[in-house]
Design a protein around this ligand. Structure first.
Ligand SMILES: [Zn+2]
Ligand SMILES: [Zn+2]
Length: 275
């Protein structure tokens, strides 16, 4: 079977969380790397992509794709610091899906936040060959080499896109940022993730305190478990941790979640799962 694996480069949501109490699970925001055979795909470009980029540069990787879920800062703020984008031997395709609702294109979004006075370097200073691509979920994306990406509209302020990356008979789903309705399972989302090997899921909150955060656009690890059970997904990656979650808190969560659902793992920077 071909190599198909994910590596977490940033598991935090909303804002980086550097602190002595967060050394194990990490402080960087949303970024997951997928390796599909020789191909490399980034899911989001939060601060976690900065470390990934240094490694890519050392490995002389010259071609990759980036799929944005949406353009809230925690998912894009690493992009200006992604070293390979400043190298002229590199080619990258950057996809974004939800902006079309307000006619903002992927390229306009990147130009909009990499712009003085917010940031001194403009994307035109990228030396890499960059192809910005827009789509509208549920439009599927054929990335070539047998990689098919299905897309799903999530429930989040300003919109967000969930991804199902299929390769060599297996699937990895990336479902963040999204809010659920307590007591219900979205049948369309269950169908979207059905039979995947692993789902990475927005677990910013827990069921016990969710009521306080209705309307914030996030979900709970317990909802992730319910979705995995309904969709027969054996592994859940608990992701997009709130800034207040320390290593101790997340260790306790890991034990509690594994007791509830043996395939549950808590995402931390550096975690790799092969499927
Ligand atoms: Zn987020
Ligand atoms: Zn968001």
């Amino acid at each position: 079977m071909s190599r198909f694996e994910l590596t977490v480069w940033g598991a935090r949501g909303s804002i980086p969380a550097p602190a002595a109490a967060n050394q194990i699970y990490g402080s960087d925001t949303s970024c997951v790397e997928l390796r599909c055979g020789d191909r490399l795909i980034f899911l989001d470009a939060g601060t976690g992509i900065v470390t990934a980029g240094r490694k890519l540069y050392e490995e002389r990787v010259s071609d990759f794709d980036i799929l944005f879920t949406h353009c809230h800062l925690d998912h894009i703020m690493g992009l200006p610091f992604l070293i390979p984008l400043y190298k002229d031997h590199v080619s990258a395709r950057i996809f974004a899906g939800h902006f079309l609702d307000d006619t903002t294109t992927c390229q306009a979004m990147v130009e909009g936040f990499m712009c003085p006075p917010y940031f001194p370097v403009k994307p035109k200073q990228f030396a890499a060959k960059i192809d910005y691509r827009d789509f509208r979920p549920p439009q599927p994306l054929d990335l070539g080499d047998g990689i098919l990406v299905k897309t799903f509209r999530l429930d989040h302020p300003n919109g967000a896109v969930g991804y199902r990356v299929e390769y060599d008979g297996r699937a990895i789903c990336y479902i963040t940022d999204t809010e659920h309705r307590p007591g219900t399972l979205d049948p369309a989302l269950v169908e979207f993730i059905a039979g995947a090997e692993v789902m990475i899921y927005d677990s910013t909150y827990i069921d016990a305190d969710f009521e306080r955060f209705v309307g914030f656009g996030h979900s709970t690890w317990q909802q992730g478990v319910r979705l995995c059970r309904a969709a027969k997904v054996p592994q859940l990656l608990i992701y997009h941790h709130d800034v207040s979650r320390t290593d101790d808190w997340l260790e306790e969560l890991a034990a509690e979640a594994a007791a509830e659902f043996p395939g549950a793992h808590v995402a931390r920077t550096g975690l790799t799962i092969a499927v």
